[in-house]
Design a protein around this ligand. Structure first.
Ligand code: HEM
Length: 138
């Protein structure tokens, strides 16, 4: 069980590297002036590679979490609340893919300010999930 949990936490950390950095690239993409196609292409290349890297890591982190839950008999309200928040994170990861597509098609209409706020959501979820799983308050 400890090996599964160690892998779970490691993959969660790797996933969050992407969940934190990809929206930051969106902030920069939303600020690129129209006369800088080279900068835009460089940021799009980084964003595309990061999205392809983080998505399977997130799915593996969740699969290992489900293995911990269903394979080792964990139970409690904290786990249901945690899983609901993780579903939100998976939705966020999916939405990042849609945002990336809108930038690739040069159809983004959102401002860099919007993306700065958007960038904070994974931070809030991370703190809440970690407190839930460590303290198990209910
Ligand atoms: C559906 C997805 C997930 C499920 C079912 C799940 C389930 C679990 C379970 C059953 C444990 C063992 C708890 C214990 O040993 O006391 C665990 C540990 C942990 N999980 Fe998850 N997890 C999921 C996703 C995540 C995510 C996305 C994060 C981070 C935001 C996360 C962070 C942690 C941490 C930090 C631990 C170690 C807690 C400790 O050792 O006290 N998990 N998870």
């Amino acid at each position: 069980m400890l090996i599964v949990k160690a892998l779970h936490i490691s993959l969660v950390v790797a996933w969050f590297a992407g969940l934190f950095y990809l929206p930051r690239i969106f902030v920069n993409l939303a600020m690129v002036p129209d006369d800088s196609p080279a900068e835009r292409e460089r940021l799009l290349l980084m964003a595309g590679k990061l999205f392809k890297f983080m998505t399977p890591l997130g799915l593996l982190a969740v699969l290992l979490g489900l293995w911990l839950w269903l394979g080792f008999g964990f139970r409690g309200g904290w786990l249901h609340a945690k899983t609901a928040l993780v579903a939100l994170l998976l939705g966020y990861n999916w939405h990042c893919g849609r945002v990336l597509k809108s930038f690739q098609a040069n159809r983004n209409t959102r401002s860099h300010v919007w993306f700065r706020i958007y960038n904070e959501l994974p931070v809030l979820v991370l703190f809440t999930v970690v407190f839930l799983v460590v303290l198990k308050p209910f």
